[in-house]
Write a protein that binds this ligand. Structure first.
Ligand code: FMN
Length: 176
């Protein structure tokens, strides 16, 4: 059985999404280590967390599972995430079908537009939702609050950790 690769493709302007991505990555790695301890023969998990402007099509195609993580900006995904999706959407069409995915959106007050956009891309790629989308609201809506570095509450970091653990463990157990 070959080792499994979980790819987290992300963007963050002021650190909120980045913190959630770090928590999801840790959750996946901890779940993998726990499984390995109980069954040393099980495959290993390679968790790659890559900022989307640095993420190649090849790395996307090699992923066994995918997390898409972005702030909401102007009712959609952040610009760099949109640029990456524009670059990879058609080249990856029909080449990711059935792979598990989950979405993370960090938003000031809403987040639904960004989630809809990610879900449309996931539907086009025929990805399989492996965990409910995680939406975290930071409350930022004044220019000062929007520009400030974001601190994510421990409960929300815990939810991101759980999302990562679900994908990591599910991939290793061959659920998808
Ligand atoms: C240009 C811009 C547009 C934004 N538009 C929205 C929006 O449409 N809906 C929303 O809920 N938050 C919006 N926000 C707020 C961000 O989503 C929020 O600050 C989020 O926590 C940023 O995540 P990050 O720290 O990972 O960059 C916007 C922020 C910026 C900079």
């Amino acid at each position: 059985m070959h080792d499994k690769r979980l790819l987290i493709a992300w963007w963050s302007n002021t650190g909120g999404t980045a913190s959630l991505v770090e928590a999801a990555s840790q959750g996946a790695q901890t779940a993998a280590l726990t499984l390995k301890a109980t069954d040393p023969g099980s495959p290993s998990l390679d968790v790659q967390s890559v900022r989307c402007d640095l993420l190649s099509l090849e790395a996307l195609l090699q992923a066994d599972g995918l997390v898409l993580a972005t702030p909401e900006c102007l009712g959609s995904v952040a610009g760099p995430m949109k640029t990456w999706l524009d670059r990879c959407y058609y080249p990856a069409l029909d080449r990711l079908s059935g792979r598990p995915y989950a979405a993370i959106v960090c938003a000031g007050t809403d987040g639904e537009g960004a989630l809809r956009m990610l879900d449309r891309v996931a539907a086009g790629w025929r990805l399989r939702r492996a965990a409910p989308a995680l939406k975290v609201i930071t409350g930022a809506q004044t220019p000062e609050a929007i520009a400030a570095p974001k601190r994510i509450l421990p409960t929300d970091l815990g939810r991101a950790n759980e999302l990562g653990a679900t994908l990591g463990a599910g991939l290793l157990m061959g659920l998808w």
